[in-house]
Design a protein around this ligand. Structure first.
Ligand SMILES: Cc1cc2nc3c(=O)[nH]c(=O)nc-3n(C[C@H](O)[C@H](O)[C@H](O)COP(=O)(O)OP(=O)(O)OC[C@H]3O[C@@H](n4cnc5c(N)ncnc54)[C@H](O)[C@@H]3O)c2cc1C
Length: 304
């Protein structure tokens, strides 16, 4: 119930306009992002790098209200890539195609993605958004991958279709980031029960790791904070004989920090996604929905 309400709130323009202005809500975001500026995000990336943890940098925001905003987002990310190179950081970017103007035409987002891939030799990751965008996201990934190999794509285990999508992508030797999925989806397209989503997650991890072993998945990234999933994926990797350096874990900034450090210390490749930007409301609501206990953390800020 609480999850549904929070996911509903994440798409509500009235709340998106008002809640972020309230001090206690803003204070609570510090748990999930170092700050709104790129400088704060990259300073945190530097701290992570000392621990041997790489980063993914994301500018918050999704569907745009004007096509000009897409140019501004593209410029922002080109700036991130320049700053990352200047600082010599092991940081990659992760973008939403809607932020690159997908709602104004797939060719606009595709051209933006192509320019980003051209501007760096590291992987440009594409986030997966709600299920209506999956087909067009896969098409754009395929089109740009033809000329730029440095692309990675997020796939969601809560979607029933993802097994097929993954099998169809393997001939491209893709870099895939596997997540459970963060949006409110109808039962026809997504598993509703956590046990089903988890079971599918492990099945997809098995396919990915097996593909890595056979040279058909460039970078499998297991993006979850679920320690039972992490343990099971490590077990699958051991059984298949996939080496630690051949797959990665990814988590969000501020979540399961101890586990992030533990994995990095034990020789696993770990990357942490750090967000920045002022449009954090929908993203933040989805983080609360993942763990309704976080709502108490927000409530506590009200009395600080
Ligand atoms: C690097 C990365 C990139 C992502 N990219 C996308 C994307 O492109 N598209 C997309 O749909 N989703 C994306 N997600 C979000 C993902 O789909 C899940 O919603 C999110 O990771 C929570 O699921 P979980 O796998 O951690 O498992 P869950 O079963 O939700 O959680 C397992 C445990 O992790 C901890 N935990 C999980 N979430 C939180 C939280 N918010 N606060 C505190 N503790 C928490 C809790 O201890 C919980 O019991 C991404 C996640 C990561 C880590």
């Amino acid at each position: 119930m609480m999850r549904k309400a929070l996911l509903w709130a994440s798409t509500n323009p009235f709340l998106a306009e008002r809640l972020p202005r309230m001090g206690f809500v803003k204070r609570a975001t510090s748990r999930f992002m170092p700050g709104e500026s790129l400088e704060e995000a990259l300073a945190e990336a530097e701290i992570m790098s000392v621990k041997g943890i790489g980063t993914l940098v994301t500018l918050l925001g999704e569907n745009l209200s004007s096509i000009e905003d897409a140019d501004a987002v593209l410029d922002q990310y080109l700036g991130v890539l320049r700053d990352v190179t200047k600082r010599g950081l092991d940081a990659e970017i992760s973008i939403k195609l809607t932020q690159l103007g997908l709602d104004f035409g797939p060719e606009i987002a595709q051209e933006g993605l192509r320019r980003l891939a051209e501007a760096t030799s590291s992987i440009v990751w594409i986030d997966m958004e709600s299920s209506d965008y999956v087909d067009v996201t896969l098409d754009i990934f395929r089109n740009v991958k033809l000329t730029h190999s440095n692309l990675g794509l997020c796939l969601q285990s809560y979607l029933r279709r993802t097994g097929n999508d993954l099998e169809n992508l393997l001939p491209l030797d893709p870099s895939i980031r596997l997540v459970k999925g963060a949006y409110k989806e109808p039962r026809e397209v997504a598993y509703a029960r956590k046990s089903e989503v988890d079971k599918h997650y492990l099945r997809l991890s098995h396919i990915l790791l097996n593909a890595r072993l056979n040279g058909a998945a460039a970078r499998p990234v297991i993006a979850t904070h679920d320690t039972r999933m992490i343990e099971s994926v490590n077990r699958i990797a051991d059984e298949l004989g996939v080496q630690r350096e051949d797959y990665e874990f990814a988590m969000l900034y501020g979540i399961e920090r101890t586990e992030q450090d533990r994995l990095a210390r034990s020789g696993h490749v770990v990357r942490v996604l750090i967000c920045y930007g002022s449009s954090w409301f929908p993203w933040y609501m989805r983080r609360l929905a993942e763990r309704p206990a976080n709502v108490w953390f927000v409530a506590k800020q009200l009395f600080r």
